[in-house]
Write a protein that binds this ligand. Structure first.
Ligand code: G
Ligand code: G
Ligand code: MN
Ligand code: NA
Length: 256
């Protein structure tokens, strides 16, 4: 069986799941949102991480139905938590191929309506590739996403060689600093300088900043001192299944 055929079958057999990684406000270490991350669990097998199948899904075009399943499932879960008194930001990765497909904005509008989630609780994560190649349909899709009241985040920020002018030409709400800049931030002055510059620039443009890949307390403290107030990473929390997120959050009434 080719990988493409396996993925096709996985979709038919409902073998995809979403895990969720919490996003934190570093000032009080509260959870402000979640990033939905696709997982494939073949029947009777182990989880297959996205690095093993996203490329094949992109090449075959299967990323479109798989990504659409993931988006709908994330919105459904986000609405369930919204209704349970846990209105958290739900961040969903969307590939360039998905956005370039005509009708993306309309399908998103319908999913918002069907699930009933507050659009202000939804953010789509796109890479700079979307911007670089973002003439035509992808650009139109991003404008429609913004018009629906859904946020747009630039994922892996700083790795895309796309220049910076687009930050004011596109409706960008958030940049997510790529984990490659965070890894050595406490020991590499260049990385610290890059992160400092990103934070300052984003602040002056009114754009939110999230640092990715925080794996140590030292990195976290360093980021906080640089003025980066939001982060995610294994040190704070790993991606986990929905029921484990619920355990982590506890019941909203128990905190009142
Ligand atoms: O979970 P992990 O860090 O292994 O994810 C690896 C990559 O897979 C990330 O770059 C992420 O953007 C991508 N990815 C994860 N979930 C989804 C999804 O639901 N849709 C799309 N298009 N990409 C995803
Ligand atoms: O490209 P994107 O940012 O969407 O990818 C997110 C991926 O990063 C997920 O697969 C997630 O598992 C992974 N990730 C999240 N936190 C950390 C971390 O602290 N360290 C490392 N190495 N990977 C992380
Ligand atoms: Mn992401
Ligand atoms: Na990223």
């Amino acid at each position: 069986l080719t990988l493409e055929n396996s993925l096709r079958r996985a979709l038919d057999n409902n073998e995809f799941e979403l895990h969720y990684q919490p996003l934190y406000d570093l000032r009080d270490r509260s959870i402000t949102g979640l990033e939905a991350l696709l997982r494939w669990k073949p029947r009777g097998g182990e989880y297959v991480p996205p690095v093993k199948f996203i490329a094949a899904a992109e090449e075959s075009g299967l990323i479109v139905p798989i990504g659409e399943w993931a988006l709908r499932e994330a919105l459904r879960q986000g609405k369930a938590w919204q209704s349970a008194g846990r209105p958290l930001l739900m961040a969903v990765n969307v590939s360039a191929t998905q956005l370039a497909r005509p009708g993306f904005g309309e399908r998103l509008r319908r999913m918002l309506q069907e699930t009933g989630i507050d659009p202000a609780l939804v953010e789509l994560e796109v890479t700079e590739r979307v911007i670089v190649e973002g003439m035509g349909e992808a650009r139109a899709s991003l404008d429609q996403v913004a018009a629906l009241g859904v946020g747009i985040a630039i994922d892996d920020f700083g790795t895309g060689y796309s220049g910076l002018a687009y930050l004011k030409r596109f409706p960008i709400d958030t940049v997510k600093i790529d984990q490659s800049f965070v890894r050595d931030i406490t020991v590499d002055p260049d990385d610290a300088a890059i992160v400092t510059a990103i934070v300052a620039m984003a602040k002056s443009l009114g754009i939110d900043v999230v640092a990715e890949g925080v794996e140590t307390e030292q990195q976290l403290e360093f980021l906080r001192r640089l003025g980066c107030n939001r982060a995610q990473g294994f040190f704070l929390s790993r991606p986990m299944a929905a029921r484990d997120i619920e355990k982590l959050l506890g019941s909203p009434s128990s905190e009142a």
